[in-house]
Design a protein around this ligand. Structure first.
Ligand SMILES: [Zn+2]
Ligand SMILES: [Zn+2]
Length: 290
């Protein structure tokens, strides 16, 4: 019996629909809406230089957590790390408050399987731009973690813990920022950067399926877009990614900058991560279509 079929690896409690097991977590909808409203509290807290610097740093660091963690490690397993490394990467990813790593990876795997067809959870082509960008997260049918999509990850109790108590990383970060930089730090440094981070990532679900060039004839509408690659540290080479999702590196051409990959490469020199995957050589030479 291999690890995937061993029943001990399945989550303990199962409902009638094995694909939509109860999430047991905290609803994400209310904090998501409140964070947007809370941005205006800067009128009362003020906008300090320190808070702006904290916000910029938290945006970049947590964007790396999202792309290296949620996406390139947990969703696609494009490189290897230790169990401790995976937990820390999951914690870092979740400081961006996009729910648990198992929830995120499961829905993302559905996105690749059904991309821009019926069943894709966030296709701007099928359901319109706003649904693809942000509307889909309000769909209650998407609240549970789809355990059947993440059996490779759900056998680790520490990842199930992280997924269930997904609020712990962002909450502890918010409280730390409040303690050090005060209310302006919390609102401008944490909340502003969190909302910017969300919409930065969401552009890959929405704009990166509508705006940009195509190099590969993928069955979906994915695009390569340098502006989106800049604000997401490399995720904007989305047509490349849909064509060859097993590659750690998403900027296939030498000039397609991919900050997340560069950071992971440096981490691999220190054996914090290893077995980073490159695209095949012929893909590195592929030219964008006119
Ligand atoms: Zn992906
Ligand atoms: Zn996509």
């Amino acid at each position: 019996m291999n690890q995937r079929t061993d029943p001990r690896n399945l989550p303990p409690k199962r409902l009638e629909n094995p694909d939509l097991e109860r999430h047991n977590g905290i609803s994400a909808t209310l904090p998501f809406a409140l964070a947007h409203v809370a941005c205006v509290a800067a009128i009362w807290t003020g906008v300090t230089t320190d808070a702006l610097i904290v916000g910029a740093v938290l945006y970049v660091v947590r964007m790396f957590g999202a792309t290296a963690g949620y996406h390139r490690y947990f969703s696609h397993r494009t490189f290897e790390t230790s169990r401790v490394g995976a937990f820390l990467l999951g914690w870092l990813a979740q400081t961006g408050a996009q729910k648990g790593v198992l929830w995120w990876a499961a829905h993302h795997r559905v996105h690749h399987q059904r991309s821009d067809q019926e069943g894709d959870v966030h296709s701007p082509v099928v359901h319109g731009f706003w649904h693809g960008h942000v509307g889909w997260i309000f769909d209650p049918a998407l609240t549970p973690t789809r355990w059947s999509r993440v059996r490779d990850l759900s056998r680790y109790p520490e990842l199930r813990f992280l997924n269930r108590f997904w609020i712990l990383p962002p909450l502890s970060l918010a409280l730390t920022v409040l303690a050090i930089w005060g209310w302006s730090g919390l609102v401008v440094g944490f909340v502003w950067s969190t909302v910017a981070l969300w919409h930065g990532i969401f552009t890959i679900n929405s704009l990166a399926h509508l705006w940009g060039s195509r190099t590969f004839d993928t069955p979906d509408h994915s695009r390569n877009n340098p502006l989106l690659a800049l604000i997401t540290l490399g995720e904007g080479w989305h047509n490349n990614h849909h064509h060859h999702m097993l590659s750690t590196r998403q900027g296939f051409r030498w000039w397609q900058f991919d900050i997340t990959y560069y950071v992971l490469k440096v981490m691999s020199w220190f054996r914090l991560v290893w077995d980073l995957r490159e695209p095949p050589d012929e893909l590195k030479r592929a030219q964008p279509k006119p």
